[in-house]
Design a protein around this ligand. Structure first.
Ligand SMILES: CC(C)(COP(=O)(O)OP(=O)(O)OC[C@H]1O[C@@H](n2cnc3c(N)ncnc32)[C@H](O[C@H]2O[C@H](COP(=O)(O)OP(=O)(O)OP(=O)(O)O)[C@@H](O)[C@H]2O)[C@@H]1O)[C@@H](O)C(=O)NCCC(=O)NCCS
Ligand SMILES: Nc1ncnc2[nH]cnc12
Length: 310
């Protein structure tokens, strides 16, 4: 867990480095979480023939520098339109590093998007890391068109958006990622508060996101019927107490097998789980560093330097 402290710095680290590390930690936490339904984890490849745990780890390693650059851009750039254009450039650079690290496999394009926006929003106002405040800034950035990308972009996600009339990754960001704000964070905190292990809390959080997200990966692979099945099955497991019980763990195993048969990988939900873990870590870091109800901006020194103890 990344922890942020002030004053007696054991190891001073710049804010961009701290944010990049926190984003990478969140992505590794998602990749390592096991057993996830339909997704790559420590057991194997999920509903993918071209990905495995080692490849996902290599992908995460390749993304940290890009998150650092996005944070730097957000600290330095005050004009929102210039910042959005810069984030687009840096996002595509990150996608290129991902493709280089994975031999051309799209492991984390969606994760670069959602975590990159959160990192940028965090760097813009370092002491205002409450989820609602962060996600408002995410929505404001996402609402600005990337001057380089054509609205007619041909991608699996855009084809699903047009065919099934869903928000897609861009639309969810423009709304401030409601599945994170309203489902993921609430489940993560509630599961911890009732004594679930961190693994169970995170698995329940993934299911809570899957229950509400119109995941274009699932739509592209299994259509509207497949997405409805995924949402209904995730809802049922949560409604019956989650995966911390024997019956819940058995239901999760059945769900995993069903997704493999459907070839339905909830990659978007996996990304939003990582984003939920990132926002949770940032809220905790801000509470420790600046106090629970920090209203004021941190000092110039705090804006630039913070101690990070891994
Ligand atoms: C806004 C972009 C994400 C582009 O989005 P677009 O709508 O054009 O669609 P895709 O390029 O297909 O990317 C969408 C990915 O986002 C994830 N996702 C899916 N549904 C949602 C949702 N409702 N909300 C949020 N995020 C969602 C998902 O990413 C994950 O899955 C991918 C791996 O799964 P897989 O099934 O293998 O995917 P494919 O390779 O497409 O299928 P196969 O060919 O293998 O069958 C992986 O990407 C995961 O991360 C969707 O795939 C954004 O990329 C963009 O505009 N970028 C430009 C640069 C930029 O502006 N960057 C800013 C950085 S701050
Ligand atoms: N663990 C995972 N498996 C498959 N696709 C993903 N996209 C993000 N994380 C993923």
């Amino acid at each position: 867990m990344t922890q942020l402290h002030t004053a007696e710095n054991i190891r001073a680290e710049t804010l961009p480095a701290m944010l990049a590390r926190a984003a990478s930690d969140a992505l590794r936490g998602e990749v390592d979480l096991t057993p996830k339904p339909g997704l790559v984890d420590r057991r194997g490849t999920g509903a993918h023939s071209d990905m495995n745990h080692a490849l996902m780890q290599a992908s995460v390693d390749a993304l940290e520098v890009g998150f650092h650059d996005m944070a730097m851009a957000a600290i330095d750039e005050r004009d929102p339109f210039t910042l959005r254009a810069e984030l687009g450039i840096l996002g595509r650079e990150s996608e290129a590093r991902m493709m280089l690290a994975t031999g051309g496999i799209n492991t984390h394009r969606g994760a670069i998007w959602c975590l990159g926006l959160i990192v940028a929003a965090s760097a813009m106002q370092p002491s205002r890391w409450r989820a609602s405040s962060l996600l408002e800034r995410v929505a404001a950035i996402a609402a600005i068109d990337d001057p380089v990308v054509s609205p007619a972009r041909r991608s699996n996600g855009q084809r699903a958006v047009r065919r099934y009339h869903v928000a897609g990754a861009r639309g969810e960001a423009c709304r401030g990622f409601p599945p994170i704000r309203d489902a993921g964070l609430a489940m993560l905190r509630r599961a911890r508060s009732v004594g679930c292990s961190e693994r169970v809390a995170r698995l329940n959080t993934l299911l809570a996101i899957m229950a509400v997200l119109d995941d274009t990966c699932v739509l592209s692979r299994a259509g509207r019927a497949g997405l409805t099945r995924v949402q209904d099955a995730a809802t049922a497991i949560i409604d019956h107490g989650g995966v911390g019980t024997v019956s819940g763990a058995r239901a999760l195993a059945r769900f995993d097998r069903e997704l493999l048969v459907m070839n339905a990988s909830p990659g978007g939900s996996a990304d939003l789980l990582a984003a939920t873990l990132l926002i949770d870590a940032l809220e905790s870091a801000a509470d420790r560093a600046w106090g629970r109800h920090a209203a004021g901006e941190p000092s110039a020194k705090e804006k630039t330097y913070a101690t990070v103890i891994a």
